[in-house]
Design a protein around this ligand. Structure first.
Ligand SMILES: C[S@@+](CC[C@H](N)C(=O)[O-])C[C@H]1O[C@@H](n2cnc3c(N)ncnc32)[C@H](O)[C@@H]1O
Length: 239
């Protein structure tokens, strides 16, 4: 990863932060195209289900894939110490400019694997909001990642994260296969101005799939909150 790795998402965040609201284009492998407005990641309006899940915030907080930092800022305003991690260099720059005290530019899994041996104070709350549960990946990888989160967190830790319900997504954009886990996967590359990322895979778990993913990882689903539309926000606690 270098500062010159194409970073269309970060560039769009930077543009929006500088007063020119920007849309990122997502080009799916099957040719379908849609846009994602970066403005929403700056909103301080938090939906009621996410707000309820944030009642579980405590102690030292890790914000995974912080983007421009809306949840890190929320936790900081409540007095919590937050490590805000993002693999987009420009996202961490925007988060810092917006007042997030401690940003880390890294792939989250690399950061946790490198720091788990020397971590003095474990995390008490892990945030994976903004559909970031998707970053867990498939079944095997996702379980390994949940076990890694188990090792870097305190006894009374919570993971707070959300996921878009795949049944409410336009199937044109998804690979859906009954043989894959999860069933619904979106493979797309991001484009903004002249920058294009490599293909990324976003996972959309049904509630049954998510329960299956969590099983046997040392975590259990403690609470679940739904929006009227399509997201499920989960609070995981240690078993
Ligand atoms: C959909 S945005 C959500 C941002 C923020 N959580 C929010 O809701 O406003 C996803 C963020 O995760 C970051 N990201 C994606 N993969 C990552 C990884 N492996 N490690 C760290 N950050 C990652 C992206 O750069 C992006 O900023």
């Amino acid at each position: 990863m270098s500062e010159r790795t194409p970073d269309p998402f970060g560039l769009a965040l930077w543009s929006t932060h500088s007063g020119q609201p920007a849309d990122v284009i997502l080009e799916c492998r099957n040719g379908a195209v849609f846009t994602d407005q970066s403005q929403k990641y700056f909103s301080s309006r938090i939906t009621p289900p996410v707000k309820k899940s944030l009642d579980f915030l405590h102690g030292k907080v890790l914000d995974i894939g912080c983007g421009p930092g809306r949840f890190a800022l929320y936790a900081q305003a409540l007095g919590y110490q937050v490590d805000a991690v993002d693999s987009s260099w420009l996202a961490t720059c925007v988060a810092k400019e917006r007042g997030v005290h401690h940003t880390i530019w890294s792939d989250i899994w690399a950061y946790l694997r490198e720091s788990e041996e020397c971590m003095i104070t474990p995390y008490d709350t892990v945030l994976m909001l903004g559909n970031n549960l998707s970053l867990l990946g498939g079944l095997k990888e996702g379980r390994e990642r949940l076990r890694l989160l188990h090792r870097v967190t305190s006894e009374r830790a919570f993971v707070i994260g959300d996921c878009v319900n795949p049944d409410c997504l336009d199937p044109t954009f998804l690979h859906s296969s009954h043989r894959s886990f999860p069933r619904a996967v979106l493979t797309a590359r991001l484009r903004f101005l002249k920058e294009t990322s490599s293909y990324i895979r976003l996972m959309f778990y049904t509630e049954d799939e998510f329960a299956r993913l969590v099983k046997g990882t040392g975590w259990e689903i403690h609470a679940r909150f739904h929006t009227k539309h399509r997201d499920t926000t989960y609070v995981l606690q240690k078993t």
